[in-house]
Design a protein around this ligand. Structure first.
Ligand code: GRF
Length: 203
């Protein structure tokens, strides 16, 4: 299964996916890292792992549509199965959505629809919720909306600092994103096996 990962920052989710041997064995190939922030730490993480990097800045294009059209053109030869967003700080427009329908997945550090948008963990902490969590979902044209794939709850424990909660949420992200990708691979293999069986049956 060929994927590109889109990220803008630290890249801890990129790292976890890229370093997951079980995913590699199952057939995940990270064909490209797309990053909109020159100098983001995730770029170095990709280079260290020999993942090709595309750094592309919105400010070099007239608008978001032209920017995404350029990304679509760059990625087309890679024949991607999925785009995995991992801390990519831009809203996706219909240009990319139409090129990869039901094929763009995002991870968000809250139990959506609660705390969508920015600084989700900080806002959940400030609200002293009993629990927050992580959501992995397909992308649509909204901000942090789109059909849900999985949610995992993370408790806010008595005496927790913000840093402790952040760490627990990120640890949860790192546990569940690879699991979701493993499921995608399984489903894709099932689909292609059933297509092969059908075509054998038609011989
Ligand atoms: C994660 O919390 C993810 O849920 C959110 O952005 C953050 C990216 O972290 N969308 P990292 O760059 O993967 O460390």
């Amino acid at each position: 299964m060929k994927v590109a990962i889109f990220a803008s920052g630290t890249g801890s989710n990129f790292e976890v996916l890229a370093d997951d041997d079980a995913l590699k064995k199952a057939g995940m190939e990270i064909m490209n890292l797309v990053c909109d922030q020159p100098g983001a730490p995730v770029i170095e993480k990709a280079r260290q792992r020999n993942v090709p990097v595309t750094v592309i800045r919105l400010s070099d294009y007239d608008d978001r549509q032209h920017y995404e059209a350029a990304i679509v053109a760059l990625l087309a030869p890679l024949q991607l199965d999925y785009i995995l967003l991992a801390g990519y700080m831009r809203v996706i427009t219909p240009v990319l959505l139409h090129a990869y329908p039901q094929r763009i997945i995002n991870i968000h550090p809250s139990l959506l629809p609660a705390f969508s948008g920015l600084r989700s963990i900080e806002r959940a902490y400030a609200a002293q919720v009993a629990e927050t969590g992580v959501t992995i979902h397909y992308i649509d044209e909204g901000v942090d909306s789109g059909p849900m794939i999985v949610q995992a709850k993370v408790p806010l424990l008595p005496g927790d600092s913000l840093a402790a909660l952040e760490q627990r949420v990120h640890d949860t992200e790192h546990a569940i994103y690879p699991q979701v990708v493993a499921e995608l691979i399984k489903n894709q293999n099932r689909r292609s096996n059933s297509i092969n069986e059908k075509s054998v049956g038609q011989c």
